[in-house]
Write a protein that binds this ligand. Structure first.
Ligand code: GAL
Length: 944
């Protein structure tokens, strides 16, 4: 049975009688005491009764450890036309140990929510507790593995733990709700909770949120489609707005030409009373097969976006969308889940890890501006679609029951087809019957609109797509577009014949029975001025995909502004006769502004720009680009070898004794004592083990097992002599096929005399913790570190001790995921202030070698120059990279694929002194060439 909705939500089910304009995200800096009412019905969310089209991009603050760059990326997301962002909150990122929580610095999510508020972006918050997200433990802190009771269930141990998290995060979220003047418009509980479910737990998450003052609608993101049950649409644990995650294009980046192998990608309606919600719609991919993220970007590029996003919009009528990811970011430190991802979480997203805008960004902009501008889209029902004369092209339609505006999707009937097809639609529009010619070239899709009050104009139909339109300086400025070289036609209706001037481009006009018809081929940017005819004047801009994407729309107190040119318009302000833009350029170029009447002058980035009026009624001028930048060469490297732990005389008397005989882990230890690192409080990064024994003389090998996560290794020494390395295991399966021998390694010992003392030293990588996608402790609670150790043929007892980064001693600034248990890390060699004696560099040998250097930067203040660290060498080694003490990446020179690592501004002092420290773990003798600094992009910017 459906749960009763809160009273105010019941009231909201009676939908509006006229389609209101979609509420633009709440204006910046609304008084915090001025709350707004958030309601919804089967069509859309509403704020104060106004329909909202939620078009949000996913952003992981924890993958961008720099507050100043949060603003940069959020401004870019907003500029693409997104009306919101979707944010996971990562429990592990904030909690090093039970009872310990940190929301300061790069973990200051209160500040993050201030920012979304300031930028007028609605926020869907997703605090889990489980988030998946290819994060270590799926966002669960590693300490949770020691808590008895199945995670993601109502087991008491887990319940106590997640309450602790929610008690910290919910109050922060609560005060940022739209209902209190903030940006949070919906609250997502759990994550793709579809296997091993427990309804009481799902219900408790919601009750807990409500008790903390969460009063915005609660949502959930169902895995994959409604065939996964429960959908949480009804019964105990039901949410108000059940959503669906859709990844139709799969994660096979190595074959970017694949086309929807995981289905049609149409978001299903799970509830009759709530809007259709594409909670996570694919907007990139995990690079599972290490093909490189450019391939993932290709796999999920503009053709995919056109076909699938538009099909989804018209097939489902969804008005709530979360695109995963808008910006992926970086798995810095030990943040990443160990088996699927590496340092970069670029994701092939529209905004790259280096914060650059791609052609996917342009496609988001074209679609995002459309859904934002065309209000009737917030309330549509399925409608009869006009028949297509050419059966190769199929149609699908929706219409708004109030305005009768029609939206017709045209695309290949066979979605794999790549042919170019022409058709004529037999279209019964609200304004009459028409034959509408349309061309579709290959994997494309178009949403054509008919019967639409476009500002003060009446659009009868167009075979061009609408990007946006605004009333600026008393006229309607409309931007329509199509693929370059394709024919287009637009029909507008007037009470009397208007006067038409084609200002640029080639456009044929004809007039018949009140219809002004324009015919053209999409090429460059055509401009048509229409006046008279009983309507306000209009400037019609007819662009191609490319020229349309050159436009930016932004709001000012004096009204909206359209800008053509620049790389990015972040914001605009009108003061008197001056329009001030915060914009970026990559090269010198033209800028053109369509601004309120009062505007006569233009400044960009605080600099005055000479402008001239154009025949289009705009102002045009030229902007300069960024100055070239020169980077220092990294030199003066110093070196320090470590791994004293491998020496027999090393003093480990203060290390933790491995003395446990039982574990919470579902994986039974193959030997005793329990050696699982987490059972002794060592959760992240490398762990050292030292095993002491007195030989019986029968020893031949030491046999070990370790679980490290995919591609992890461990290294073994005996009495200071390097015995070699082995691949760690991914997991030990407790279900068939049973694998009780994960990450095996057998290492030959020298002949030992009876009574001879021996010390085995083992350095084990821990690349992170398994996720809990299936809500199954057998997977999530897999241990890390050594899981078995024996001396076959010997009765000698080995006394083990271990050492690592203890959860009670996490770096208070950089957080629990920054450092592991290397000797150098334990002694602060990665920190800028590290002292000690460092020598001239030598090549790395088996074990760990540290290299350090300092460099000064003096990047221009008004330029945004993302810098990277580039490694050219390959070899049997792995490098942990510390920038000013922050572990920004891990270069696996033996495996790849990543060679360039982002040095994020904020952690990087763009004007000042920086320290780089590299911990190189070599499996063998290695030739090594130090990395170099590289410029990843260069913009003159209004960022600051
Ligand atoms: C979804 C999940 C996300 C992320 C995504 C793949 O199933 O909800 O957290 O893991 O898959 O990138």
């Amino acid at each position: 049975m459906r749960r009763l909705l809160l009273p105010f939500l019941v009231a909201a089910v009676a939908f509006a009688t006229v389609a209101a304009l979609p509420a633009a995200p709440r204006p910046a800096a609304a008084a915090p005491d001025r709350g707004h009412e958030v309601t919804y019905d089967r069509y859309s969310l509403k704020v104060d009764g106004e329909r909202v089209f939620l078009w949000s991009g996913e952003f992981h603050y924890f993958r961008l450890p720099s507050q100043q760059l949060w603003r940069d990326v959020l401004e870019k997301i907003r500029a693409a036309g997104f009306t919101g962002v979707s944010l996971y909150f990562n429990w592990a990122y904030h909690s090093p140990a039970p009872g310990q929580y940190d929301f300061s610095g790069v973990r200051d999510v209160d500040r993050l929510l201030d920012l979304t508020e300031e930028l007028g972006l609605y926020t869907v918050v997703r605090p889990g507790p489980y988030i998946n997200a290819e994060a270590s433990g799926g966002g669960f802190p590693a300490w949770l593995k020691q808590v008895p009771g199945r995670a993601r269930s109502s087991a008491p141990g887990y319940t106590e733990a997640y309450h602790e998290w929610l008690d910290h995060i919910n109050p922060i979220i609560a005060r940022h709700q739209v209902t209190r003047g903030g940006s949070v418009i919906a609250y997502n509980v759990e994550n793709e909770y579809a296997a091993n479910t427990d309804a009481a737990y799902m219900q408790d998450l919601q009750d807990t949120a409500r008790a903390a003052g969460i009063d915005v609608p609660i949502t959930h993101n169902q895995c994959c489609d409604a065939s996964w049950t429960p959908t949480w649409a009804s019964g105990l644990g039901a949410v108000q707005i059940p959503g669906v995650d859709d990844y139709p294009q799969s994660f096979e980046c190595q074959t970017p030409e694949v086309w929807g192998p995981w289905g049609e990608g149409v978001t299903e309606r799970l509830s009759e009373n709530a809007p259709v919600y594409g909670a996570e719609y694919q907007a990139g991919a995990i690079d599972l097969h290490r093909a490189g993220y450019e391939k993932c970007r290709e796999l999920t590029g503009p053709a995919f976006m056109k076909y699938f996003y538009k099909s989804n919009l018209i097939a489902s009528g969804a008005t709530m969308h979360g695109f995963y990811m808008a910006f992926g970011g970086t798995n810095w430190g030990w943040l990443g889940q160990p088996n699927d991802v590496y340092t970069s979480y670029d994701y092939g997203a529209a905004i790259t890890e280096t914060r650059q805008l791609t052609e996917k960004y342009d496609e988001f902009k074209r679609q995002g501006y459309f859904v934002r501008a065309v209000a009737p889209l917030t309330r549509t029902d399925p409608a009869d679609a006009p028949a297509s004369a050419n059966p190769a092209l199929g149609t699908l339609a929706r219409s708004n029951p109030d305005t009768r505006t029609q939206f017709v999707l045209v695309r290949h009937a066979d979605r794999a087809s790549t042919t170019t097809e022409d058709t004529s639609l037999d279209w019964s529009t609200p304004d009459g019957e028409y034959q509408v010619p349309v061309r579709v070239s290959g994997r494309d899709a178009k949403i054509l609109v008919a019967g639409y009050d476009l500002g003060g104009q009446r659009l009868v139909w167009s075979s061009s797509e609408i990007m946006t339109h605004e009333r600026i300086a008393g006229r309607d400025v409309a931007l329509l577009y199509g693929r370059s070289g394709e024919p287009g036609a637009t029909v507008l209706r007037y009470p009397s014949r208007p006067s038409v001037r084609v200002l640029s481009g080639s456009v044929r006009t004809s007039w018949r029975d009140g219809d002004l018809r324009l015919d053209y081929t999409h090429a460059g940017l055509a401009r048509v001025a229409v006046s008279g005819g009983g309507r306000p004047p209009m400037l019609l801009l007819l662009g191609t995909d490319q020229t349309a994407a050159e436009f930016w729309r932004t709001d000012t107190d004096a009204g909206p502004v359209l800008v053509r040119g620049t790389e990015l318009v972040r914001s605009a302000r009108v003061g008197g006769s001056t329009l001030s833009l915060r914009a970026d350029t990559a090269a010198p170029g033209e800028v053109e502004v369509f601004a309120p009447r009062s505007v006569r002058r233009l400044t960009v980035g605080g600099e005055s720009v000479r402008v001239r009026p154009t025949t289009s009624g705009s102002l045009a001028g030229r902007l300069h680009g960024p100055a070239p930048v020169r980077l220092p060469k990294l030199s003066g490297w110093r070196y320090r070898p470590e791994a004293p732990e491998s020496r027999p005389d090393f003093d480990d008397s203060r290390w933790t004794v491995a003395d446990r005989t039982t574990s919470v882990s579902p994986f039974p230890p193959t030997t005793l004592p329990v050696l699982f690192a987490g059972d002794y409080g060592f959760d992240y990064g490398q762990v050292w083990y030292r095993g002491h024994f007195t030989a019986t003389g029968t020893e031949t090998t030491v046999d070990l097992n370790a679980i490290t996560g995919r591609d992890g290794v461990y290294q073994v020494w005996f009495n200071g002599r390097y015995l070699g390395s082995a691949r760690g295991g991914v997991q030990a399966d407790s279900e068939p096929p049973v694998n009780q021998n994960p990450g095996p390694g057998s290492f030959r010992l020298p002949a030992l005399a009876p009574g001879e003392r021996g010390v085995i030293s083992v350095l084990v990588e821990n690349l992170g913790h398994n996720d809990d996608w299936t809500a199954d402790d057998n997977r999530f609670k897999q241990p890390r570190g050594l899981v078995g150790a024996s001396l076959p043929g010997s009765t000698a007892t080995v006394r083990w001790r271990l050492q690592g980064a203890h959860r009670e001693r996490a770096d208070p600034v950089r957080g629990p995921l920054n450092t592991g248990g290397l000797y150098g890390e334990r002694h602060g060699w990665h920190l800028p202030e590290a002292g000690g004696s460092w020598a001239a560099p030598r090549p790395p040998g088996p074990g760990v070698s540290w290299y350090r250097t300092d460099f000064r930067l003096d990047l221009p203040r008004d330029q945004d120059v993302p810098l990277g660290l580039r490694f050219d060498g390959t070899g049997p080694y792995r490098v942990q990279i510390y920038l000013n003490g922050w572990q920004v990446g891990r270069h696996t020179a033996d495996l790849g694929p990543q060679r360039e690592f982002v040095l994020p501004a904020g952690l990087l002092r763009e004007r000042g002194a920086n320290t780089l420290a590299l911990a190189v773990t070599a499996l063998d003798e290695a030739a090594w060439s130090p990395p170099r600094l590289v410029v990843q992009a260069n913009h003159w910017t209004g960022r600051r």
